[in-house]
Design a protein around this ligand. Structure first.
Ligand SMILES: [Zn+2]
Length: 64
């Protein structure tokens, strides 16, 4: 299962998180969440399993 997240969503507070330029770190200015990108992906996978329906719907939406 591969999830590419460029515009990251914070796993802690669900607000916008920032992925740094080399895609190695994710940080959230809203709640102070900070982790490596790999760790972030693992957290997102766990979250996706818990709410797979919502996650699928979001992936199907194409903003372009
Ligand atoms: Zn946050």
């Amino acid at each position: 299962m591969l999830i590419m997240v460029l515009d990251a969503k914070c796993v802690m507070c669900s607000k916008n998180a920032t992925v740094n330029d080399d895609m190695k770190e994710v940080s959230c200015t809203h709640c102070g969440f900070h982790s490596s990108y790999d760790e972030y992906i693992e957290l997102m996978k766990e979250k996706a399993l818990n709410m797979s329906t919502d996650f699928q719907i979001n992936l199907d939406k194409n903003p372009l």
